[in-house]
Design a protein around this ligand. Structure first.
Ligand SMILES: N[C@@H](CCC(=O)N[C@@H](CS)C(=O)NCC(=O)O)C(=O)O
Length: 205
């Protein structure tokens, strides 16, 4: 299985961490999604990573779909099978993905080569940051001092949140989130030591 991805992408990291937890090998194909000639364009009309290409050559996106696809393969389940537990995990994943979407919007607003310095909007970035802050406050409240977001064992919810928060540290270090979520910060310090996360820590292109 080939995963088209970039090393900084928090969405791709979520997929890579889930695969690592399950012991599934993934062949990484590193791409620059902002390059109009990227091979991803032929696989995913949205031109986004991650994109998984299976052994039959079929392309799968986006990251929640890829995670479900991989979780159905052998190895420990990271998404519970029981309906309500499953929905609870997916809701936390959606919160983490929304945090990443808003963070990536801030990042692109500040670096995308298609905009001039005058066209970049600080107001737009602040609007996106409100979403990040809202997600962080909700995650702090939902974790409530526990070791895992849902149930007693590691799930995709934990991996998704860890990938989102560490991406904020990596790409938006001038927008600190820890003062608003001390319990989440302490939880992340422990979670980030898991091999699946330590091995996939974000690096530049
Ligand atoms: N909903 C998508 C979001 C993926 C996404 O936004 N990926 C970014 C990289 S972190 C991307 O490919 N951006 C390229 C673009 O927006 O043109 C998922 O969960 O996979």
């Amino acid at each position: 299985m080939k995963l088209f991805c970039s090393l900084p992408s928090p969405f791709a990291r979520k997929v890579r961490a889930l695969a690592a937890e399950k012991g599934l090998p993934l062949e990484l194909v590193l791409v620059d999604v902002l390059d109009p000639t990227s091979p991803v364009a032929a696989l995913n009309p949205l031109r986004k990573v991650p994109c998984l290409v299976d052994e039959h050559g079929e392309a799968w996106f986006d990251s929640p779909v890829i995670c479900e696809w991989l979780d159905a393969m052998p190895g420990p389940r990271l998404i519970p099978e029981a309906f309500e537990a499953r929905m609870r995990v997916k809701r936390i994943e959606a919160l983490a993905d929304g945090l990443m979407d808003a963070g990536v919007a801030i990042r692109l607003e500040s670096v995308w080569a298609g905009r001039t310095a005058e066209q970049r909007s600080a107001a737009w970035m602040d609007w996106q940051w409100l979403k990040v802050e809202g997600a962080i406050e909700e995650l702090e409240r939902r974790l409530a001092g526990r070791a895992h977001f849902e149930g007693e064992a590691l799930t995709l919810a934990d991996l998704a949140v860890a990938c989102g928060l560490e991406w904020l540290d990596f790409r938006l270090p001038d927008r600190p989130w820890r003062p608003r979520a001390p319990a989440l910060a302490a939880w992340l310090a422990g979670m980030a030591r898991r091999p699946s996360l330590a091995q996939t820590a974000p690096t530049a292109l």
